[in-house]
Design a protein around this ligand. Structure first.
Ligand code: GRG
Length: 303
């Protein structure tokens, strides 16, 4: 039984990688053709970088838990991944985390220079909107549904979500945050986009308000758990395992779950939020199988 569940999770993660990579490859080729020179190459380099595609897996699982069956949901997954990719390109810039390594390769600005990588990051925000619009057309969604989904995705990526959380994170470097302040940073910087994956999946499937609320609650909890697990990995894994420089939080004197609660305390907190995530689905009668498996993976992953 446990073996079958592990295989199903592996299959879901592999499928999310395959279908998202295929969509992103299509956009990378188009953009390379459209923007001659460095800009097009930098955009394509970023879009082709091999991520784990956890966010796409959440979109697929949330969509199916709400009864969706169309393969074109891959386009919605690719739209979220495009926003995530832009955030990684900018996060690695010298004015932010100043990193050389991402997803096992040189960061975009190390290859193409800071001005080009900065421009490529901004351009990806508009590309994400195009990817989402194309997906909505492929799925045959009504304009109102696309509007709701676009609002969800770009609010999550904006000042009330990812950008706002990153802003707080940058301001907090070298300062000890309280747990409540840290939760605000994590929920914005990482949690908001992860929550959006779950809501977008539900909306694309035409889920009702109760199911969408449960998916939002699940996403909120699992988004926080994801960043707590990231804090643990930064402190315990190697750069080879992570494909990015390990130990950066300590170097940058960042407050993290590990600095506040220790590795064991952080692991326990991540597990608690993963359980709370699944409880949201169970309470609303939303089928939780693949989403529960993803919750388990998110807090036990080793990269
Ligand atoms: C202008 C203040 C300002 C911000 C711009 C840069 C930025 C927006 C936001 C940064 C958001 C960020 C990088 C949050 C960290 C999220 C995170 C845990 C990333 C790692 O995700 P994984 O493990 O990585 O899914 P892969 O590579 O597998 O996709």
């Amino acid at each position: 039984m446990a073996e079958a569940a592990a295989t199903a999770l592996d299959d879901l993660l592999a499928e999310a990688r395959d279908v998202t990579d295929a969509r992103l490859e299509r956009w990378a080729s188009r953009l390379e053709a459209h923007y001659a020179g460095q800009a097009g190459r930098a955009l394509a380099y970023a879009l082709r970088s091999p991520g784990k595609r956890v966010r796409p897996a959440l979109v697929l699982a949330a969509y199916r838990s709400a009864g969706g069956v169309a393969p074109a949901i891959a386009g919605v997954a690719a739209a979220v991944e495009t926003v995530h990719t832009y955030s990684l390109v900018h996060d690695d810039l010298p004015c932010m985390d100043d990193d050389d390594l991402r997803r096992g390769r040189r960061t975009t600005h190390r290859v193409y220079g800071v001005p080009t990588a900065t421009r490529a990051g901004y351009l990806l925000v508009g590309v994400a909107a195009q990817v989402l619009t194309e997906a909505a057309t492929d799925l045959g969604l009504a304009a109102g549904t696309l509007g709701t989904m676009a609002e969800e995705l770009f609010t999550a990526g904006g000042i009330e979500g990812m950008v706002g959380g990153q802003w707080l994170d940058l301001e907090a470097e070298g300062r000890r945050l309280s747990l409540d302040e840290l939760i605000r940073v994590h929920r914005g910087k990482t949690g908001a986009l992860i929550r959006a994956c779950c809501v977008l999946g539900g909306s694309a499937a035409g889920a009702g308000p109760e199911a969408v609320a449960a998916l939002r609650g699940y996403g909120e909890e699992i988004g926080l758990a994801f960043q707590i697990a990231d804090d643990v990995l930064d402190a315990t894994a190697t750069s080879d395992q992570l494909g990015k420089t390990a130990g950066r939080d300590l170097e940058l004197a960042k407050s993290t779950y590990v600095s506040l609660l220790g590795v064991d305390g952080a692991r326990e907190a991540a597990q608690r939020h993963a359980r709370q995530a699944v409880a949201w689905l169970d309470a609303a009668g939303v089928p939780s199988g693949p989403l529960a498996a993803l919750a388990g993976y998110i807090v036990t992953r080793n990269n």
